[in-house]
Write a protein that binds this ligand. Sequence first.
Ligand code: ZN
Ligand code: ZN
Ligand code: ZN
Length: 385
Amino acid sequence: MAESLEIDREMLSRVEEVIKEVLLPKSSEDPELIENICLSAQTLSKNQAVSPIIDRTSGLVEYDLNGSYVKSEDALKALSLLEDLGMVKREPASAVLKCPKCGSTRLRPYFVCRFCGSPLVIKTRLIQHVVCGYTGEEEEFTKGKRLICPKCGLELKQEGVDYIVIAEVFKCLSCGARQRNPEIEIECLDCGNNFKPLEGKYELLYKFEPTDIGFHLWRSGLWELAFFKLVAEELGYRARVNARPPIPGAEGYSYNIEIRIRVGLRRIYRIYIDSEPFLHEAFGDRSAAIARLKANIMREGREVYVLIAMPDWRERYEGSGFVEFNEVISGDPSILLGTKAVIFPSLESEICPQYYSNVKKLIESILANIFGLPQRPRPENVERQ
Ligand SMILES: [Zn+2]
Ligand SMILES: [Zn+2]
Ligand SMILES: [Zn+2]
């Protein structure tokens, strides 16, 4: 237990660092990156590999991120970031030939004569008439649907009996040369460029699989907690990570985050964020009961319990007064009045692409509608770290 606590602490700070250094600065300039990381997380949290595919119409290399097809460069930005974090590993998956000029994979290969370079090359069979010994190309024998020997004038009846096929060859219509292996050239169907195989871009494509630690982290809820912590800090509040037994005397620890908001000298508000996967890891079947208990002891109007729940949370919290995040953002803020507990979905759920902005919406909604605070705290009212 102590060892995995160490790993989690170290990984938490790395996840946090990436969110802080990379994701947050890019959330305005490159919102797609965050979306793609969330989509990757969805796939990888199911312990599936993310593999490259080629779109047959556009010829583009794409990655299937949980049902969304994302352009290779965009997906690789997100996946490389996760790779740097040690959460995924790459493996060669296949290779693709691309136009050296425009990068398209929509290509048409064709043959050219290896002697004169002409593209007027046909494929033919060399036939020998056994009866008279004459050998020639199939075209010389063809008369309508029949094969007639140009030398002796007899009709060829049955292959292997009165005639044999010596070889299949290519023949150049420009210079007449026969050859078994003409050169291959390639036409790009998008830009019209013609090139030889060695001039093309031949790229190795990779698939990405979650590492053990990566899979553990997707499932553990650490990533979600890091999002909450950073959004709170971005809003100017103090957020603290706790790792401790969730109830006095309990064995095992759970991670949670506390966002503390101090207004004036005395009034303190608190958002307490728990991750169901963490609770589940430490307490198994008792985790739902522990979450309900913790939600219950929140002080109405001053404290809110947010549970980041696994996708199938519904039956576990039936009738226990948790307000669903979707209802919070669907419009009527009065649903939050008197609420002590909110269910927020984990990264595996469908809200995934807008995870960051949804965390922000929830925190702002709690501040305004449960605590009755202005959306943005004034600096002198904020308890700082
Ligand atoms: Zn091209
Ligand atoms: Zn030729
Ligand atoms: Zn003949």
